[in-house]
Write a protein that binds this ligand. Structure first.
Ligand SMILES: [Zn+2]
Length: 496
């Protein structure tokens, strides 16, 4: 620029003058026009500062920004798009923040510590539920002293109805963090408790919370945690309890309406005043891809809103898409993404059935995974398949499978560790990469390639997103501690 001559100065001046007058050459470009429209829509947005009569919290376990990105593309491709241009329901919400997910003693968090942060507003140790960090994992004697109140207990005390939904076992870490106080997430039934532990197991705590009126509705898996070993459930599986208690019988005797797998769910009387317990699997509910004879997450959300919405004081509903996490642990992107789409459908259902004038909807994840994305892939490359090249002369990919330096193709999605490791035990832990075909990679059972060998892929400690709409949703922005989500729910419910 030091040697800029008179002619180029004159050229730069004329362009600058034209630009200053608003004559920019791309002003009729669709991207530019969409950006202008977005500015107007953001200017028109007004924060909603009424009290939140209802709060719906939707957590997809393990659905970090990476898995959310892949779900966006996967859902779009299922609808015939390239994928990237797709917008998930939560991505249309006006407010977004990033959430720091660590536990007080873990850079990489677990779902008990993160669930407690979200539901109770305190960060705590990995593996514990509804207690603060003074408790050492597994020490039942500290539970009473370390107990904190969950948002379900707080809002129930204020007269709101409470619903809990999970596609995992209802006694699993994330749903349990909404109602239980336990020294260890693994104390799901009495046989898991250490000798001398006087804190009830997690299944008993759920039934106690239903009997005492804190929890009005609970839908999910985990039936065997509620049944004695002598009992056989509708899947032919034995219960796990060794104290001879049949908690389902106990619940129904105290006036809880119980529903199991099969058509009974659609016939359930949602308008009765009885609390509702639905247990749809001996253990976790099925993955969406494998689902038969069980309600979808969206169907459970719809039923719950129908059942809870008659309370004039409103309701709190916490919803977990629990199995996005499990499929990621298995390195199986297809099931993670189909469960991610089912989660998106549940969000759309909650959004459709409620008004942003009285219902705060918060969508987040408890933690991320080691999922990552290879390049350079052209538009429309199947997100769960092999990477195909960028077409310099067009938009859609070249149909040419891309290779790395070893001459072998690779999937778009990979994990830093997991069962799909390229280091194989039968190869003396040396690297081995097969010559994959696109058809193999697109099989729903395909295990994505991973770097390091581990039976179960791990969580990661990176931030997750929080999306929100409704009263006080604008308080969820910036980079926040996970425990802050509780504060926002508590504030929104009590705003004058
Ligand atoms: Zn997990």
């Amino acid at each position: 620029m030091k040697t800029m001559n008179i002619a180029s100065i004159a050229f730069a001046f004329s362009v600058t003058t034209a630009l200053a007058e608003g004559n920019i050459p791309q002003q009729n470009n669709d991207w530019f026009k969409a950006g202008e429209a977005e500015i107007q829509s953001k200017i028109a947005q007004q924060p909603i500062t009424k009290p939140a009569k209802n709060i719906i919290l939707l957590i997809a376990d393990g659905n970090g920004v990476g898995t959310n990105y892949a779900t966006r593309i996967f859902a779009g491709q299922q609808n015939g798009l390239y994928g990237d241009e797709n917008v998930l329901p939560q991505e249309a919400f006006p407010n977004l923040g990033l959430v720091k997910t660590y536990n007080v003693n873990a850079q990489t968090p677990d779902s008990a510590g993160t669930g407690t942060a979200i539901h109770s507003g305190v960060k705590t140790k990995a593996g514990v539920l509804g207690v603060d960090e003074t408790l050492n994992r597994g020490d039942c004697s500290q539970v009473e002293a370390a107990k904190v109140a969950t948002i379900a207990e707080v809002l129930s005390d204020q007269g709101k109805s409470v619903g809990i939904i999970s596609t995992a076992r209802l006694t699993h870490a994330t749903p349990a963090s909404a109602y239980a106080h336990s020294a260890d997430r693994d104390f799901e039934n009495n046989s898991d408790l250490p000798e001398g532990c006087e804190t009830p197991d997690i299944a008993v705590q759920l039934i106690d919370q239903m009997k005492s009126g804190v929890v009005d509705l609970a839908l999910g898996g985990g039936r065997s945690q509620f049944l004695p070993k002598s009992a056989v459930d509708e899947e032919g599986k034995n219960g796990k309890r060794t104290d001879d208690r049949n908690l389902i019988d106990e619940a129904t005797k105290s006036g809880v309406s119980y529903v199991g797998s099969g058509p009974a769910f659609s016939e359930l009387d949602l308008k009765s005043d009885n609390p509702i317990l639905g247990l749809f699997g001996s253990s976790h509910m099925q993955y969406e891809y494998d689902r038969t004879d069980e309600p979808s997450l969206a169907e459970m959300v719809k039923a719950s809103i129908t059942a809870l919405q008659d309370n004039e004081s409103g309701y709190f509903l916490t919803v977990e898409a629990g199995r996005v996490d499990h499929a990621n642990h298995d390195g199986n992107a297809y099931r993670a993404l189909t469960d991610g789409v089912a989660f998106a459908e549940a969000i759309a259902m909650a959004d459709k059935l409620t008004s942003d004038q009285d219902t705060l909807i918060i969508v987040t994840a408890d933690h991320g995974h080691t999922i990552s994305f290879n390049g350079y892939c052209g538009r429309g490359t199947p997100i769960h398949g092999l990477c195909m090249g960028v077409d310099n002369d067009g938009v859609k990919h070249t149909d040419q499978i891309q290779t790395m330096n070893d001459g072998k193709p690779y999937s778009v999605i990979g994990y830093m560790n997991g069962p799909g490791s390229i280091l194989k035990e039968d190869q003396n832990w040396e690297g081995f990469r097969p010559d994959l075909t696109q058809a193999q990679a697109l099989d729903p059972d395909f295990i994505q390639q991973a770097l390091l060998p581990r039976d179960s892929e791990t969580h990661s400690g990176e931030d997750v997103a929080v999306y929100a709409r409704g009263p006080w949703a604008h308080l969820l922005n910036g980079t926040v501690e996970q425990s802050y989500i509780f504060n926002v729910m508590n504030y929104a419910a009590n705003a004058k």
